[in-house]
Structures are given as structure tokens and as C-alpha cells.
Design a protein around this ligand. Structure first.
Ligand code: PMP
Length: 382
């Protein structure tokens, strides 16, 4: 099986699973327990992992809160901020092509009486600064714009958008969902003034079921108050109660450490594989159309349309040997709202594919995929 659906999830790096193993076996202490070594070991491992995540983002370790996934981080920030500051404003701004964990949370908040503006994106899937500027109101409390899109790979200019918001509307909070970009592009929160960021381990060779949230420290070193989703034993300074998943946190920490150390190498590998894939596809399918931004994009993620071909039929025909997708695994039963938002019609959406690469793929596998993809398309056209 050649796995080319790494935006859905990545395989676990063997170094990550190796680092996790002791915490699934002999080191089973609860990091919130006190005074004995087994608990202290667990606490130490958690704090070391926190430092690695902070280092990946260029922020302070105490600006990182562990959650169960990016979906939880997104829910936590959106609901937690608007609930805590409900007397300051009831207007939220996001974009039309966010992940479902943002869009469905916004829908829920609308049912509670909040107002949400869903910004249009341009033909490449980017939020333009002017569009954001025009949407900000007196009562806007939160802006949430994704760093990189999970279906088309387009990157937003988060630095420009966040700087504008924080300079001109300092009372408005800025959140970004960076789930798809970590380890693939540089994310330096000492330069990009977002207030909150969501991430997930399983998109960067870490385990499923663990995520994190960055919460920027404000004046006097105080962190922004957020109403928690989970109330209980006050773990994570009360932001997120529940016994910490030590083995998963250690896995996230290791994945972050590797992502930081290998960023350039990883980027280069993904870009080279992508170049090879794109040129082979262009050669074999003269009428192919690539979706998303041609340059400002996540390395290793491509989305393309081959007119007249049914994507589902092709993916099913290839399924035992190759894993590719029609788009997001999180909204699989409906046609892509992301592709519709950038202007594709229904037929084009049904003829579109996402291929997303990882660091373990080699050039022969890309060739092998292209040959089989072409064969399958030709067979189904007969
Ligand atoms: N945001 C984006 C952009 C994603 O791609 C995903 C995963 N598909 C999520 C959030 C949700 O991540 P998780 O699976 O960790 O909940």
C-alpha cells in the first residue's frame, strides 16, 4: 500500500512510538499525583514535551495547553473566548473554507445568539486583508482564520492578517488553526501576533488523540482567560481538566522535536516529491487543472481536477494499493465546500483529487502511483 493521504493523518515516526512506549508500560504514574518518583517522572516527561511544542512554535512552555485533538482546541478557543467575554461583543469572523471543527462550532454558537461572518476567499482560497478589514465591527470579539487549508493546501498570510487585527483592533482576539502546517512551514509566534493557535499530533507523525492549544501571555505575563470546555480537577491550570494522557503527550513532544530539527529537510523532500508528481500528472493528463495557490501552499499537498472523471470510482478502484482522497476525511459524505468556495462547479468537484505526501515516500512510489492512476483512468473511460 502506498499511502498518499497524509493530510488525513500521517504514519507514526518510529522514534515517536519508541519515546511513547515506556509511558504505556512501566512509567504509568499520574503527573498530577504528588511526592513520589513515579508521578514526578510522568510530570517531568509532560513538561519536557511541553517545551518541545513551545520550541516548535517559538513561544513559552506555559503558553501551551494539551488537549485531545485539534477539534477540541478549536472548540475550546471559540466557545471559551466568546463565553468568557460575552458582554464585550457577540460577533465572530471566520472564513468559508475552515475545517468543520470551526464551522460547526460557529453554527452552534449562532444557535446561542452569537453572530458569525463567514468571509469569502479568493480563487486560490486565501482570505484577503480587505475582506477581513471590511468585516470587523464594534462588537467583533474573535477572528479565526486557518493557517493552511486541509483540502487545497493554500496558506493564508496569517502574519499580515493577525498584525492588522492586533494593531487596529487590539481588543479583538485572533485564533488560527495551524493543524496542517506544522513541520511543513516555519511557524514563529514571536513574529506572528496571533492570540491562539490549534494543532494536532497526528498530522505530523505523532499519535492520534492528542493536540494542543497555544494561549498567548498578555500584559504582566498573564494568560488570557477562557471558559474551559472540561471542568474538574483543574489540570492544565484549570484550562483543561482531566488526567493528562502522558504517553500521547510524550508522542506529541517527540513529533514536535523532530519537526523542529528537520523542518528544512522535510520541506525540501516534500517539495521535490511534489514537483515530480506534478510534472508526471501534467505529462499524462494535458487537461489537468491544479486547485489552490500555486506558490503559497503547504509543501506536499496537491489538489487537482481531471475533467470528466469520477473521483470516487477512481479512488475505489485504486483502494487496495493506493490511498488518495476526494478531500477532507471530516466531511466525506458531502461534496467539497472548499472547492465550491473557490469557484469549482459540481462536476469539477466530483472530478477532483487530493494527494498528500509524507517523508517516507520515495520517487519510485510516486512513479508507480502515476502509472497506475493513468491506467485506472483509461480503463474506466473505455
Ligand atoms: N483542523 C484542520 C485544518 C484539520 O485538517 C483537521 C484534521 N482533518 C482538524 C482541524 C481536526 O484535527 P483532529 O483530527 O486532531 O481533531
Amino acid at each position: 500500500m502506498i499511502y498518499l493521504d497524509n493530510s488525513a493523518t500521517t504514519p507514526i515516526d518510529p522514534e515517536v512510538s519508541k519515546a511513547m512506549w515506556p509511558y504505556l508500560t512501566e512509567e504509568y504514574g499520574n503527573p498530577s499525583s504528588k511526592y513520589y518518583t513515579l508521578a514526578e517522572n510522568a510530570k517531568k516527561a509532560v513538561e519536557e514535551a511541553r517545551s518541545h511544542v513551545a520550541s516548535l512554535l517559538s513561544c513559552q512552555p506555559d503558553e501551551i495547553i494539551f488537549t485531545s485533538c485539534a477539534t477540541e482546541s478549536n472548540n475550546f478557543v471559540l466557545k471559551g473566548i466568546v463565553h468568557y467575554y460575552k458582554n464585550k461583543g457577540k460577533h465572530i469572523i471566520t472564513s468559508k473554507i475552515e475545517h468543520k471543527s470551526i464551522l460547526e462550532t460557529c453554527k452552534f454558537l449562532e444557535s446561542e445568539g452569537y453572530e458569525v461572518t463567514y468571509l469569502d476567499v479568493d480563487q486560490y482560497g486565501q482570505v484577503q486583508l480587505e475582506t477581513l478589514k471590511n468585516a470587523i465591527r464594534e462588537d467583533t470579539i474573535l477572528v479565526s482564520i486557518m493557517w493552511g487549508n486541509n483540502e487545497i493546501g493554500t496558506l493564508n498570510n496569517i502574519e499580515e492578517l493577525a498584525k492588522y487585527v492586533k494593531e487596529h483592533h487590539p481588543h479583538v482576539f485572533f485564533h488560527t488553526d495551524a493543524t496542517q502546517v506544522l513541520g511543513k512551514i516555519e511557524v514563529d509566534l514571536s513574529k506572528v501576533p496571533v492570540d491562539f493557535l490549534s494543532l494536532s499530533a497526528h498530522k505530523m507523525y505523532g499519535p492520534k488523540g492528542i493536540g494542543a492549544c497555544f494561549i498567548r501571555k498578555r500584559e504582566l505575563g498573564l494568560r488570557t482567560k477562557i471558559t474551559p470546555l472540561l471542568h474538574g480537577g483543574n489540570q492544565e491550570d484549570g484550562y483543561r481538566s482531566g488526567t493528562l494522557s502522558v504517553h500521547n503527550i510524550v508522542g506529541l513532544g517527540k513529533a514536535a522535536e523532530i519537526a523542529k530539527a528537520n523542518l528544512k529537510e522535510h520541506q525540501t523532500k516534500l517539495l521535490e516529491l511534489e514537483k515530480q508528481l506534478v510534472s508526471a500528472l501534467k505529462e499524462n493528463f494535458p487537461n489537468i487543472k491544479f486547485n489552490g495557490h500555486p506558490k503559497q501552499k503547504i509543501p506536499g499537498v496537491i489538489n487537482f481536477t481531471i475533467p470528466g472523471i469520477n473521483n470516487e470510482l477512481i479512488i475505489r478502484s485504486l483502494k487496495d494499493e493506493f490511498a488518495i482522497s476526494t478531500g477532507s476525511a471530516c466531511s466525506i459524505n458531502e461534496p467539497s465546500y472548499v472547492l465550491s468556495a473557490i469557484g469549482l462547479n459540481v462536476m469539477e468537484v466530483k472530478s477532483s483529487f487530493r494527494v498528500s505526501l509524507n517523508k517516507y515516500i520515495d520517487y519510485n512510489e510516486i512513479n508507480n502511483f502515476c502509472i497506475n492512476f493513468k491506467k485506472t483512468v483509461e480503463n474506466l473511460m473505455i
